[in-house]
Design a protein around this ligand. Sequence first.
Ligand code: SAM
Length: 236
Amino acid sequence: MNYYVLTLFPQMILDGLNTSIIGRAVKKGLLSLEAINIRDYADNKHGKVDDYPYGGGAGMVMQAQPVYGAYEALCKRIERKPRLIYLTPQGRPFHQEMAKEMAKEKELIFLCGHYEGIDERVLEEVVTDYISIGDYVLTGGELPAMVMMDCISRFVPGVLSNESSGEWESFQNDLLEYPQYSRPKEWRGKEVPDVLLSGHHEKIEQWRQNQSKERTKKWRPDLYIKYKENQKKTSL
Ligand code: SAM
């Protein structure tokens, strides 16, 4: 998977992603990450990339030309026009299934907005997917782009050391994951549940299933309703 990020703050992307599991995957060549500075494509000597919004209002708007210049130069260089994701609070909410589907792409471009956003005309020209990471407004698209790349990368074969660890976790079948424990057996008077020490795989599986359901019911009742509805459909 090759990631290209069009941004005004390339260092933020490189600092944020070149560590831990993602950093290791980049070193192994399973992922590549390039942060492209939109400012390098400004057509004025001051590197100015924003201006006042037509019609008035607070803040500045990122201009169309530098964004298009950065996109066009990239596509020309790689001789392809990959899917381009614009991070915006107005987009479709990002979720686990979307990440799985996007992990099948060979490359993805992320476009990070700042200030009041980006001139609509260039978005109409280049964007294939408008994606939000939640119903709140951040100062820029860099953190959302990093959230998406981190999540998508977990589905790229070889990125997680144990291939299966990306499969059985929260949101699988609309349930949250069961609680996890590690050594020591007792910590500040709290014991690990006996069943996990029993070595009885069937019982452990049953306990985990029950915990998943209970936890989802309590913490994410919206998800639990979805789970129950799907259970009903599959039993018909
Ligand atoms: N004026 C815009 C609006 O109300 O829709 C918000 C602009 S926001 C201050 C600046 C940039 O941050 C956006 O262009 C977008 O790239 C990014 N951003 C902010 N919140 C986001 C979210 N929840 N999901 C994805 N991107 C977000």
